[in-house]
Design a protein around this ligand. Structure first.
Ligand code: MN
Ligand code: MN
Length: 317
């Protein structure tokens, strides 16, 4: 159940109209890294963990709801940045010069230019936000990443927060309005807060790498193919110990073509650590498979079910 509270989470303010920035800000309303995307992503992910992972459900729904609150702040700011323009548009009979609403300083030419930066504000939405990005491309459900595995979803969420943060950082460079900057700075900072929340939540799931249940084939989890000529760059991504599990060492193939031929197309790839390594991976598959499946089964009744938690007897008449 949603309940609308009329106050915004953060009191959005503007110093005056600025249709050009309103258009840029649309990116955070209906764009691929915007607030609606974040809200819908966490909202959709939450359904899958309502019963088996109630703590993560609570986290995802709280942050989804906060993102809807941010969408409201962005929509309110866009509307205020277009105000004045809208009032003049409605004056269809008198057709007063729109230039006046720009504080008198804008000439008619300027205003035509402003309008052209997003003519749809004027001829389509009548001065409110549209569910598009700054270029007018409609919002899409394809922006939403939800894969039904919490380690995958939380990583998608950390990535989404990084992207939202950097878009606010870029946007801040395109407005001189201190009041708009104040709101954007708040919105940007909340993405930093969410980044930390999702990171901490991911850490509570152990093990969380690799994502899902099945372990990788140890013959291929730590091999690096030098796929280019010229100078080879070595670093912790292809040298020394790998960063996860028991820190198996990287194996660097300088000449991958020769290696592929020698191993008959990797069929004869040696097993680092020998057969016992393969056995260990299989055991881990079995163990995790049982654990994860038991978790889901324990939290999800297969017969009578209800989403809200009313006592069964209270539901009979
Ligand atoms: Mn947000
Ligand atoms: Mn966020």
């Amino acid at each position: 159940m949603f309940h609308h509270v009329k106050e915004l989470q953060f009191n959005a303010r503007v110093s005056g109209p600025d249709p050009r920035f309103a258009r840029l800000l649309l990116e955070q309303f209906g764009g691929g890294n915007g607030e609606l995307k974040a809200a819908m992503q966490y909202f959709v992910q939450a359904f899958g963990c309502r019963q088996a992972h109630p703590q993560k459900y609570d986290l995802l729904m709280d942050i989804a709801t906060e993102e809807f609150s941010h969408l409201e702040i962005v929509g309110a700011t866009i509307t205020m940045l277009l105000e004045g323009v809208t009032g003049e548009l409605k004056d269809a009979i008198h057709r007063t010069s729109l230039a006046k609403v720009m504080g008198g300083k804008a000439t008619r030419e300027d205003l035509i230019h402003e309008a052209l930066t997003d003519p749809l504000f004027l001829v389509h939405s009548g001065g409110g936000p549209r569910v598009t990005d700054a270029n007018g491309v409609p919002w899409s459900g394809a922006f939403v990443n939800a894969n039904g595995d919490l380690t995958v979803d939380l990583r998608s969420d950390i990535a989404a927060e990084s992207r939202a943060k950097i878009v606010y950082e870029y946007l801040l460079q395109f407005t001189e309005d201190p009041l708009v900057q104040e709101s954007l700075s708040f919105l940007m900072t909340r993405e930093i807060a969410h980044f930390q929340m999702f990171t901490a939540a991911l850490e509570t799931i152990q093990p969380n790498f690799p994502p899902g249940v099945l372990q990788g084939d140890p013959r291929h989890t730590h091999t690096y193919y030098n796929m280019s000529n010229g100078q080879d760059v070595r670093g912790p991504w292809n040298e020394g110990k790998g960063p996860w599990n028991d820190g198996q060492g990287w194996i660097y193939y300088h000449d991958p073509i020769e290696h592929v031929r020698e191993t008959k197309g990797l069929v004869k790839e040696p097993i680092p650590g020998g057969e016992s390594k393969m056995q260990k991976a299989k055991e881990m598959d079995e163990q995790l498979s049982n654990m994860r499946s038991a978790q889901e089964k324990a939290g999800t009744p297969t017969s009578k079910n209800q989403w809200s938690e009313y006592p069964e007897e209270s539901l009979t008449r």
